[in-house]
Design a protein around this ligand. Structure first.
Ligand code: ZN
Ligand code: FE
Length: 253
């Protein structure tokens, strides 16, 4: 199985999984780039996976279904037109054409019913975990997002993370503000700048690197706690409070 990024809108990636002549797309916010790629490569769409209900993730579903009626897997807890295979925590999505099975995680926070898919060392996590960052809390609480990120962080370090936005450089600028002395962050900035200069996506990325550079996964670090408390102007009693203060700060960064 190969996984291809199809750029969409300003900074979205629609992920296309392919093997033989079979293709599956994750979060098709628009149909045009998917239909073009399928036609160019002679592929047949076999299924659609959805992580959450935002238009930049589901906007292309109706048009894709009009071309070919395929199973649509998506969060059971969100009302999304076209989903005929609602999924939630612990479910397994079989993609026979690709020879892969994906485990479903409930990862609420960005939205209330957000799910992620994990299999074959690949994680499709929508707008929950980003490179060096995390999604905004539109519907969930800081505690929910914190738990969701911890759940993802517990996956094997060699997991490759396929998030849906190219936010890496702006996230790293924030990470550097949180931890100015963290050398892993400055190294990642240099590497990511080189990739963007060469027009390459910075996604996917290995989960192991997040532990070293993502402030939202580093809420136990004294340096991170110190900066979060300084920004909040008060002591923070728990990792969730540190997380919430970081997320607040990032919103106005
Ligand atoms: Zn979203
Ligand atoms: Fe999005």
């Amino acid at each position: 199985m190969t996984i291809i990024p199809l750029p969409a809108f300003r900074d979205n990636y629609i992920w296309l999984l392919r093997a033989g002549t079979c293709a599956v797309v994750v979060d098709p916010g628009e149909a045009a780039p998917v239909l073009r790629y399928l036609a160019d490569e002679g592929l047949t769409l076999a299924a659609i996976l959805i992580t959450h209900h935002h238009p930049d993730h589901v906007g292309g579903v109706a048009e894709l279904l009009a071309q070919a009626p395929v199973p649509v897997h998506g969060p059971a807890l969100e009302a999304i037109a076209g989903i005929d295979h609602p999924v939630g925590e612990g479910d397994v999505v079989c993609l026979p054409g690709l020879g892969v099975e994906l485990r479903v995680f409930d990862i609420p926070g960005h939205t209330a019913g957000h799910v992620g898919y994990y299999g074959d060392s690949a994680l499709f996590c929508g707008d929950t975990l980003f490179a060096a960052g995390c999604g905004r809390l539109f519907e969930g609480t800081p505690a929910q997002m914190f738990d969701s990120l911890q759940k993802l962080a517990a996956l094997p370090g060699d997991t490759r993370v396929y998030c849906t936005h190219e936010y890496t450089l702006s996230n790293l600028a924030f990470a550097a503000a949180v931890e100015p002395a963290n050398g892993a962050i400055s190294e990642r900035i240099a590497a990511s700048e080189a990739m963007r200069a060469a027009n390459q996506p910075t996604v996917p990325f290995p989960l192991s690197g997040e532990m070293l550079t993502n402030p939202f996964l580093r809420v136990h670090e004294p340096a991170v706690i110190y900066q979060a408390e300084t920004q909040a102007g008060r002591g923070l009693a728990s990792p969730v409070e540190v997380f919430a203060a970081l997320r607040e700060w990032k919103n106005r960064f």
